[in-house]
Write a protein that binds this ligand. Structure first.
Ligand SMILES: NC(=O)c1ccc[n+]([C@@H]2O[C@H](COP(=O)([O-])OP(=O)(O)OC[C@H]3O[C@@H](n4cnc5c(N)ncnc54)[C@H](O)[C@@H]3O)[C@@H](O)[C@H]2O)c1
Length: 347
């Protein structure tokens, strides 16, 4: 039985405790949780010891593996302390504030000979996995564009998200997920990145970004028309998901194909509300047809399913440290591009 502790028992700490108790009771025993705030510890699960000080918990509690879910700027110190005490580590995303910090974390775990992986559980999102399946199964021929967009209405962000000193900002928060998803999906390396970052309504942290590799990845938190959208354009079809996050996933979408593949369709003058057009009117009946998207079954708990199998040596960790480092390097390039308005070459 793996004995687990959680340091940082706020929103994500509670999520982790609920996940472990709901799905992994037979393999993982949650033994200790730590938070500097009394109110966070008040509803700690029965039988779990509570600690206000991470050093005291590391020295005194009974656990071999730790989930680190304190604010981003504290990840490095906590990883160093836990590694030195011989604990195996799952650290929340973004792993670190900088590549240099991440390198220090890897140095600490290698020196201590402990395991570490990062909780990039959005690799198991339904919308993402659906589009990855479309990509992996080559359902659209040669792909020429992938767009991943996420717009929410909660633009005036909250808690640590608004404070630079706690690692706030949308690039650290959701950027690290969206970049990770695209990098994992596409089987070639992007050569350059061009990015724009804005503070639309938050004075101190970014709340909008647009990132262009050979494909687009765009996010803003102050759109009053929230949506989660994917678009993949290939030579034999287009795939789209266009909706908002739903309790049961987000796969309302379709693949659209044409009966006139690679044939020139004669221009047909259509009068639209935006004037006459020969290219952008309604398609002729019968020209386009639709197919359902592949059906995907995936859950965030699959992160822990993989984690347990990896710890037993049955498979590799799904989230590998060099992959995490690469995303942090790309985030540096994104900041440079946003500052200089130039595209930046990626290694
Ligand atoms: N993987 C995901 O989808 C996801 C989602 C949300 C947050 N996160 C990450 O989880 C981490 C926590 O975010 P959150 O939204 O849960 O924040 P939160 O503010 O709700 O929780 C953080 C907790 O850490 C506690 N804390 C601060 N300093 C501490 C210390 N020195 N020792 C012990 N506890 C301390 C705070 O009191 C707070 O309760 C961040 O790294 C964040 O990026 C990941």
């Amino acid at each position: 039985m793996m004995k687990m502790g959680i340091i940082g028992f706020g929103f994500m700490g509670h999520e982790h405790a609920n996940m472990l108790l709901a799905h992994f009771k037979d393999e993982i025993q949650l033994t200790a949780v730590c938070d500097i705030a009394d109110e966070q510890l008040a509803d700690a699960p029965e039988g779990v010891t509570t600690w206000k000080d991470a050093d005291e918990m590391i020295a005194g509690a009974d656990f071999d593996t730790v989930i680190i879910s304190v604010p981003n700027t504290l990840h490095l110190t906590m990883v160093q302390k836990c590694a030195a005490a011989g604990k195996d580590i799952i650290c929340e995303k973004p792993a670190a504030m900088t590549v240099a910090e991440f390198d220090q974390m890897v140095e600490a775990v290698e020196k201590a000979g402990v395991h570490m992986t990062i909780h990039q559980q959005r690799r198991w999102d339904v919308d993402y996995r659906t589009m990855k399946e479309v990509y992996d199964r080559k359902l659209l021929g040669d792909i020429y564009i992938i767009k991943s967009q996420l717009y929410g209405f909660n633009g005036n962000m909250h808690d640590w998200h608004v404070y630079p000193e706690l690692g706030g900002g949308m690039l650290y928060d959701w950027g690290v997920h969206l970049i990770d998803q695209i990098i994992q999906m596409v089987d070639s390396k992007p050569l350059t990145v061009y990015a724009d970052m804005k503070n639309v309504i938050n004075a101190n942290v970014d709340d909008y970004f647009k990132i262009i590799f050979e494909y687009e990845n765009e996010l803003g938190t102050y759109y009053l028309t929230p949506k989660r959208a994917w678009f993949i354009g290939g030579t034999t079809g287009s795939a789209v998901i266009d909706g908002t996050f739903r309790a049961q996933g987000n796969t309302e979408g379709k693949i659209v194909r044409t009966t006139h593949l690679l044939q020139s369709v004669p221009g047909r003058l259509t009068m639209t509300s935006a004037g006459p057009t020969r290219s952008f009117g309604e398609p002729e009946p019968g020209l386009l047809y639709e197919e359902p998207l592949p059906e995907i079954h995936t859950e965030h708990k699959d992160f822990f399913v993989n984690y347990l199998r990896a710890r037993k040596g049955l498979e590799d960790y799904a989230v590998k440290l060099p992959e995490v480092r690469r995303v942090l390097c790309i985030m540096d390039a994104i900041r440079e591009s946003a500052r200089t308005h130039q595209s930046v070459k990626l290694d």
